[in-house]
Design a protein around this ligand. Structure first.
Ligand code: ATP
Ligand code: AH0
Length: 365
């Protein structure tokens, strides 16, 4: 099948869209991909909804901002669809739609992704799979991370020898460890770029620490770093997952931008190192994807602590589209009733399928 996968991540940079050929077990050819960026107004609306979601916390009526964000999410996804479909010269057979996360509270079996899957299916005239975290959460899993099954398929496609690990550096960081026996262990390791982005934006110095230049010019505040690493997340055994806003940032008000960026870059690298130490074997190779692999200061900080780290691009993959591709792959698995999540990846009680299929209404199909 030719499948379109979408991911709108926690960094709020935009919507990633990627086409792949897959049967949900093997990964075939990679098709066109496209990042559809949010305008400042669109991002502002999503930030507002995220703030409302944190205050709401699942209690009572949903915030009014959610409906406005669903309309934005739809428009941005349609922009991305038009771009990749034009380049591919044909519509996909199926769509995997993540939606925009505004709240993740796995302990309450709650993870909120905004978007209207029926509207997308109608507009595209293609069946859409959405809600792929929900069955896992309902069964007592974390509902995240979802990408491990796809990471394992990519390791197979590339013939990477186990043990190997994939590390996604988005707003939040998550790892997939593939053991010598093929078993999967996965969890969110801690922050990736989300906190760094927040301090850069708060100082009006751009959207992120481009090339890691602020971090390179700063000094790590070891006391703050130790405090950050004392967060309860690092004492918990996996599977475990995070909301993008789970870590405090008030301390950064008393620091220069450079020192805050250096401290947060070290925080990300140290939390990945803690994750590495918890694995049953040390990976021979870390395949790094997500926007953080474009930050050489962060990549070096990781190499210093965990060894051989290679950007996914250097292995013939598409670092910026692995998550979108994963949503396409998982949509086919959902369609076929194959498992999406496992005890080792989300803490689900057994290998579980999931997702809801939304067929286009006949009038539009
Ligand atoms: N050239 C660069 N230098 C430094 N950082 C970069 C660069 N390019 C991207 N980034 C970082 O990567 C982030 C985007 O990463 P990505 O798109 O993988 O996140 P996401 O998918 O939104 O998040 P998540 O995986 O948590 O859902 C940016 O916000 C920025 O912090
Ligand atoms: C709730 C949510 O949207 N979580 C994201 C986030 O971004 C990275 C990390 O935290 C990961 O757990 C997840 O995304 C990917 C696609 C996943 O589920 O595998």
């Amino acid at each position: 099948m030719l499948v379109l996968g979408y991911m709108s991540g926690t960094s709020l940079d935009g919507v990633d869209a990627a086409l792949i050929e897959t049967d949900g077990e093997q990964v075939g050819a990679f098709g066109p991909s496209f990042l559809s960026p949010f305008s400042d107004a669109e991002r502002g609306l999503i930030e507002w909804a995220t703030a409302e979601a944190l205050a709401w916390n699942g209690h009572g009526a949903a915030p009014t901002s959610f409906a406005a964000v669903e309309a934005v999410v739809h428009e941005v996804h349609m922009r991305a669809a038009r771009a990749v479909i034009a380049e591919a010269g044909r519509a996909p057979d199926l769509v995997g739609f993540h939606g925009q996360t505004v709240l993740h509270r796995p302990e309450r079996r709650l993870s909120v992704q905004l978007g209207d899957a029926q509207r997308l299916a109608d507009a595209l005239g293609v069946p859409v799979v959405a809600g792929m975290r929900q069955d896992d959460l309902a069964a007592g899993g974390q509902g995240a991370p979802l990408v491990p099954a796809y990471h394992a398929a990519l390791a197979g496609k590339l013939g990477l020898g186990a043990p190997v690990a994939f590390l996604n550096l988005g707003g939040v960081a998550n790892v997939t460890f593939i053991g010598a026996d093929g078993g999967l262990i996965a969890f969110d390791t801690g922050p990736a770029n989300g906190l760094i982005d927040q301090v850069v934006q708060a100082r009006g110095r751009g959207r992120y620490d481009d090339g890691g230049r602020f971090a390179a010019a700063g000094r790590v505040d070891e006391a703050v770093l130790a405090q950050l690493l004392s967060h309860g997340h690092f004492r918990e055994e996996g599977p475990k997952s995070l909301d993008r806003y789970d870590f405090p940032l008030e301390w950064a008000d008393g620091c220069s931008l450079e020192d805050a960026a250096a401290t947060l870059t070290a925080f990300t690298a140290e939390s990945v190192a803690l994750a590495a130490r918890s694995l049953p074997q040390q990976p021979r190779l870390w395949v790094v994807c997500g926007g953080g692999c474009h930050n050489p200061v962060l990549m070096q900080a990781l190499r210093d602590r965990i060894g051989d780290c290679r950007a996914a691009d250097d292995l013939g993959l598409r670092s910026d589209f692995v998550e979108a591709e994963a949503m396409a792959f998982l949509a086919v698995r959902s369609f076929r009733g194959l498992p999406l999540t496992y005890p080792g990846t989300t803490g689900a009680p057994a290998a579980l399928t999931g997702g809801t299929l939304w067929r286009p209404e006949a009038a539009f199909a």
